[in-house]
Structures are given as C-alpha cells and as structure tokens.
Write a protein that binds this ligand. Structure first.
Ligand SMILES: [Zn+2]
Ligand SMILES: [Zn+2]
Length: 264
C-alpha cells in the first residue's frame, strides 16, 4: 500500500491511497480543477480512482467530492448524514459509511480474503457530525489518516493502533492562535473540544499511537495563520524523543504541493 498527501490544510485536504489494483482518495477538498491537476501530477489519469472516502462534510474535505467521483466514476463512501450536503449529493454511486464499523473491499485475483484492502472509520469529536478518521489495512500494513478533532479521546486512540504510516493533524500553536488574527469566537472554535488539535495535543496523541510498526509520521492540516512547520516539527520530535522513537521519519504535509508517494 502507498500513500501520498495531495493537499493538507484549511484550504483543502486530499490523500491518495493505492493498494494493489485499488486507488482511492481520503477527502477531496480542493476545487475539481485543482484536484484533477494534483491527481495528474501523482500519475492518476481520468477514471483511475475507484473510491472516495470522505471524513466529513466541511468544504475543505468535501468541496469537489461529487465532481471528482463523477469524472472518475468512483464510489463515494460517507455517512448518511453527510450525503445531503451539496458537495456530496451529486455522485452516481454511494456506500453508506457505517460509522465506527469496518468495510472490506473485494479480494483481488490471487489474494486471500483476509489480505484484501479494508478500512474502519473512527468517530472523532469535531463540529461536523459525524466526522471520522480512517484506518486502512492491506496485506498486514496499516495506514491511519487522522485530522479534524478537538480533543484526544481514549476510544479513538484504541481504535487507531498499529499504524506503519500515520497522517496526524498538528493544527495550531496555542500562543500563535491567542495572539494571531482570528477573532475570539473563532479562536474558541478552533481550540474547543470539537475544533482542532494543538501541536501539544497532537504530540500527546502521537505518544499513544506510536506503536512498534510506526516508521513514518506525516504532520497534517497545519494552520497557515496559527502554526509553522518548525513548531509542529519541534512538538513531534519532542514526543518521539520522549518515547525513544527518534528513528521515525517525520514529514510535513503541504497545502500547495503534493507530497512523496510513501510506501506503507
Ligand atoms: Zn472540519
Ligand atoms: Zn479540516
């Protein structure tokens, strides 16, 4: 299984996952035009995507979901409550997400059923209901994509164990948020229990998610106004140092450029 972050941040999120014959996107949050250009830069031609897994209906995750699903003839996987949303309502095919449950794709030729690609969705505390993280598993390799949550919860941590590659939100630095341009109400939204993770909260979650499999960590959904890659990296490296896992490779996902195609 390979993972490539195509865009990450409040202007749009999308992560490409390729496993065997299957290609899917977790979220499609840029405009259709920009999504197509980044997919093409990642080597994905027309009609090459099979599935879109949507985390929630906020526009920075779902903006072009219907349009990309239609142009690729892909199935949109999202919660029933999100299906009515205008950015999600015009796809041709849907799979209703069983929030908290597991979905298994059909095994490919020569593949044992238990080796087939599968995913589970994990409900997150965020101000769009429901919002989920995804844990994908293929041939014993595990990828977790975890963004848009306001607080670290034990049940979320329990459900996201075993990742070889972890894409984790490091949204804001509390001091930058407090002294930055956001009005007070928006500051409260971001830092609230249904908002986003600070670098420190994400570091705390990382300590609990960095199991023996973990080899690569991608810092995601960094705020352009309330964070810097340096501060997020400092928090992540500090956490890995604390648990003596400094060998884990740490990358920062970009809003503007596609990331490396990482082997999970
Ligand atoms: Zn959101
Ligand atoms: Zn978001």
């Amino acid at each position: 299984m390979h993972v490539q972050v195509l865009s990450s941040g409040s202007r749009g999120n999308a992560t490409l996952v390729r496993a065997g014959e299957t290609a899917l996107l977790v979220d499609s949050g840029l405009s259709g035009k920009e999504m197509r250009s980044r997919l093409s830069a990642a080597g994905m031609g027309p009609r090459s995507l099979d599935h879109l897994l949507i985390t929630h209906a906020h526009l920075d995750h779902a903006r072009s979901a219907s349009s990309i699903a239609r142009s690729h003839d892909a199935t949109v996987h999202c919660a029933l409550a999100n299906m009515e949303h205008r950015s999600l309502s015009r796809a041709r095919r849907y799979h209703t997400l069983e929030v908290g449950g597991e979905h298994r794709f059909e095994a490919e030729a020569g593949e044992e059923p238990d080796q087939a690609l599968r995913y589970s969705s994990v409900p997150l505390p965020h101000d769009c209901d429901p919002t989920v993280a995804y844990r994908l598993e293929h041939r014993g390799r595990v990828l977790c994509v975890v963004t848009d949550l306001g607080i670290v919860r034990d049940e979320v941590v329990r459900a996201l164990q075993g990742a070889h590659v972890l894409v984790l939100e490091f949204n804001y630095d509390p001091h930058m948020l407090e002294t930055g341009p956001y009005p007070a109400a928006l500051q409260r939204r971001v830092s609230g229990n249904r908002g986003h993770l600070s670098n420190q909260q994400a570091a705390e979650m990382l300590v609990q998610l960095a199991g023996p499999n973990l080899h690569t960590l991608v810092l995601a959904h960094l705020s352009a106004k309330n964070n810097t890659p340096e501060l997020a990296l400092e928090a992540a490296h500090g956490a890995l140092q604390k648990i003596e896992r400094e060998e884990v490779e740490v990358l920062v996902a970009s809003q503007h450029d596609i990331g490396d195609n990482l082997e999970v």
